[in-house]
Design a protein around this ligand. Structure first.
Ligand SMILES: [Zn+2]
Length: 295
């Protein structure tokens, strides 16, 4: 969803938050990988002075990195577009669960099963549509909020009692447009508790701008380093490529660690075509930075 779409209507925001509500438990349970851990170790050893990330998952901080600049914000915080107050995304999850008990009950059942990311993504995309496993929406014509179908298959016929004593709404197969229009309908999103304003994850959406102050800090970091190591990014996004240019212009050496071509390959002093986790773990275990010269 673009920033413009998010801002356009309460219905779009309901759709966004409904999907986010379903995705959050697994998203927030993700643990740092070998590359995150190695980068944190390199910082603790004083080999890395700062880290700029395009990721919004906060896993660098979870791994122990301290000087982290989240260029595109973070999914772990929610910001009010009215008064600017920041709150924890975990609190938003609780508020959404309280306001949407049927969706919360359904999510709880999903979470008792082994992770099935594909199925969960499907479900999240269907929230509030007539192909939803549950109907979080109570439309004017229906008798109320329903929850419970576990099959996910299209059913027909009269409504039947679901596992929680709720009603299973017969599922239909509408065309894609109807589905899009319907998505998130009936999902209730709370306003800011402070000013009643619109709540948005503190993430830079497409069509949104990186706050100037954050841009400036990133530029400062890039243009004051001896070397810039780009890890696991093709730096195709200009906000990231710009930092590479700034570092080079200020005289820094550039090392790319990435599988596949990057936008900065021509500027690189060295390129390591390998998985970040493997390369950085070895580097973090090396006792010093002065590697023997290879002839
Ligand atoms: Zn507010």
């Amino acid at each position: 969803m673009t920033h413009q779409q998010f801002m356009a209507s309460p219905a779009n925001r309901a759709r966004y938050w409904a999907r986010s509500f379903y995705g959050w438990p697994r998203f927030s349970a993700t643990r740092p990988n070998a590359a995150h851990v190695a980068l944190a170790e390199l910082e603790q050893r004083g080999w890395i002075s700062g880290l700029i990330t395009q990721n919004v998952d906060r896993l660098h901080s979870a791994a122990g990195s301290r000087n982290v600049l989240e260029l595109h914000g973070t999914s772990h915080e929610v910001v009010c577009l009215g008064c600017g107050r920041r709150t924890a995304r975990a609190d938003m999850q609780r508020a959404l669960a309280d306001l949407n008990p049927a969706a919360a009950a359904h999510l709880a059942t999903l979470l008792t099963r082994p992770a099935d990311p594909a199925a969960e993504r499907e479900q999240a995309l269907r929230v509030g549509t007539s192909r939803d496993n549950i109907r979080v929406a109570a439309s004017a014509s229906s008798s109320g909020v329903a929850a419970g179908s576990q099959s996910g298959a299209a059913a027909s016929g009269p409504a039947t009692a679901g596992p929680a004593g709720s009603t299973v709404v017969p599922l239909q197969r509408p065309d894609g447009d109807v589905e899009l229009v319907d998505a998130g309908r009936g999902f209730t999103v709370p306003p800011c508790g402070n000013c009643g304003g619109v709540l948005k994850p503190d993430v830079v959406f497409f069509g949104d701008n990186i706050p100037q102050e954050r841009k400036d800090r990133a530029s400062q970091l890039a243009s004051s380093c001896d070397a810039l190591v780009v890890v696991g990014s093709s730096v195709m996004v200009y906000s990231a490529f710009r930092l590479v240019e700034e570092a080079k212009r200020a005289g820094a050496r550039l090392v790319m660690v990435n599988v596949g071509p990057t936008r900065a390959d021509k500027l690189a002093d060295a390129k390591v075509e390998a998985r970040a986790g493997e390369v950085l773990t070895r580097l973090a275990r090396h006792p010093q930075l002065l590697l023997p010269k290879i002839n």
